[in-house]
Design a protein around this ligand. Structure first.
Ligand code: AMP
Length: 293
């Protein structure tokens, strides 16, 4: 059955809708998004629906997380389709706030992402994670959910938000949802809409490169540099020339690792045409059996 979706525009409408959900009792799940929804977002909503009594989704393109010259103005906006997708996935409330509802009179970021936000994407997009931390803190204070659903697709964002929730002592559990991929393995992303047919073909080498890393680690490779070289080769072979980084890091600290003696996270960022794409994968080195004496 499709739940009756309440669409809230203002903060007052949100407060009213959440108060009604709270009357019924049960946990409140929250799925923050920037709209232009696809099946990756829907999967977050479906997980939330399966695990919590109430589900609130926000669709808000947060200007604070876009740098000068980035795609804030042309970021895809599909409000009607979004409402249909979240209704079908079982959400109770879709909040589409305006800038004032979220940021009020404050012009800039109020939260800092710290060291976790300074590396990888943070180097290419200075200030991006301060903007993310600020909007997530404000959305969490507005919705006051019990559980926050985030995608592993944005792995660094997940790390930044987990640290933020800890630092602010916010009473919310963070649930990470595995990346949803297209049939050819490309991670679903609202920005895939920018890719023309040639770009789309080249972009498909990203998941192939991640697979190549898995294969190499499964075959016993332990040198992070060697695995990075395998990934880079697969990307270049697939026509991706503009590689921003191929990094292998500790999943919690995001510090680079040299040896794959423990599980690590492989993160890549590339530019295909004018579109920046990111992806990541956990690398689990197979257990090295102990030598028998
Ligand atoms: P966005 O609208 O891109 O800001 O994403 C909103 C949420 O959806 C974030 O927690 C993302 O990590 C998550 N998300 C985006 N794409 C995917 C995907 N392909 N699979 C799973 N989660 C995703």
């Amino acid at each position: 059955m499709i739940a009756q979706l309440v669409v809230a525009s203002t903060r007052a409408e949100l407060d009213d809708a959440v108060a009604r959900l709270r009357l019924d009792g049960g946990t409140v799940a929250f799925v923050p998004t920037m709209g232009a929804l696809h099946d990756g977002h829907a999967e977050l909503v479906r997980r939330a629906r399966a695990e919590c009594a109430n589900v609130v989704v926000s669709a808000y393109v947060n200007p604070l997380q876009f740098g000068a010259g980035e795609d804030l103005d042309r970021y895809p906006r599909t409000p009607d389709a979004d409402a249909a997708i979240v209704a079908r996935a079982g959400a109770d409330v879709l909040w589409r706030p305006g800038d004032d509802d979220v940021h009020g009179a404050s012009a800039g970021p109020a939260e800092r992402a710290g060291g976790l936000g300074a590396v990888l994407e943070g180097l290419a997009r200075p200030g991006h994670f301060d903007g993310v931390a600020t909007v997530v803190a404000r959305l969490l204070r507005a919705v006051a959910p019990d559980v926050l659903y985030l995608g592993e697709k944005d792995f660094q964002q997940l790390a930044v938000v987990r640290a933020l929730v800890d630092r602010l002592g916010l009473p919310v559990r963070v649930r990470a949802v595995p990346t949803v991929r297209d049939v050819d393995g490309l991670a679903l992303s609202s920005r895939n809409a920018y890719l023309d047919a040639d770009d789309r073909c080249r972009a498909a080498s990203i998941p192939r490169a991640l697979d190549a890393a898995t294969t190499s680690v499964a075959a016993g490779e332990r040198s992070a540099a060697a695995v990075q070289a395998v990934v880079l080769d697969a990307l270049t072979d697939g026509g991706v020339q503009d590689v921003d980084y191929v990094a292998i890091v500790d999943p919690l600290t995001l510090d680079p690792v040299d040896r794959l003696d423990h599980p690590a996270q492989l993160l890549v960022a590339v530019r295909v045409g004018a579109t920046r794409l990111i992806d990541n994968l956990r690398l689990d080195p197979p257990h090295v059996p102990r030598e028998t004496p």
